[in-house]
Design a protein around this ligand. Sequence first.
Ligand code: SAH
Length: 194
Amino acid sequence: MTPTLAKIIWAAFGIAWFLLRWQPRRQARKTPVRQSARGPREVALLVVSLSGLGIIPAFYVAAHLPRFADYPFVPALSYLGIAVDCVCFWLMYRTHRDLGRNWSVSLDVRESHTLVTSGVYASVRHPMYSAFWLMAVAQALLLPNWIAGPAGLVGFGILFFGRVGREEAMMAEAFGEEYRAYMRRTARVVPWLY
Ligand code: SAH
């Protein structure tokens, strides 16, 4: 394992994620929205997250910037990063399969929205966000740079904590007691813990 290979692997997982989302993205455009909590705040959160998980590490991978923040490459960490990315990819795939037409890049309730509580949604109510946390951890393990590595944790962390409460409030408003009961029996992102 070399730093260059670790960078290529980071980029390959990014491309695989982009392709995995192709079909859900197309389907989402065709599925009418009934209620939405989109707005400037949501756009800002998405930009911050995209910067941390995409733009900042892409600069590092493509142009090796910022160099001053480099630290020595540890192959064992990059192997761990690959393992975490594999789990992330599997979970991302499963969440898209389980959510189906209910998926949205932002906060929307669709015309024919159904509350999904089975599959990977049986024990945690935000498994797609669990997958993004894993993606951010893998990035930190794969890229030996104090800015590009942890940028995903910071960027996605801001989106997660800025959004999750509002998402749950929106879902509780749309699904009432059914969602509140679902909240009582599930964790947010880590089974049994949080
Ligand atoms: N927070 C979830 C979903 C992310 S996609 C996760 O991490 O897996 C965001 C969209 O999913 C929101 O617009 C919301 O309407 C929808 N959503 C969230 N939880 C859902 C559920 N349990 N069933 C159906 N739709 C859900």
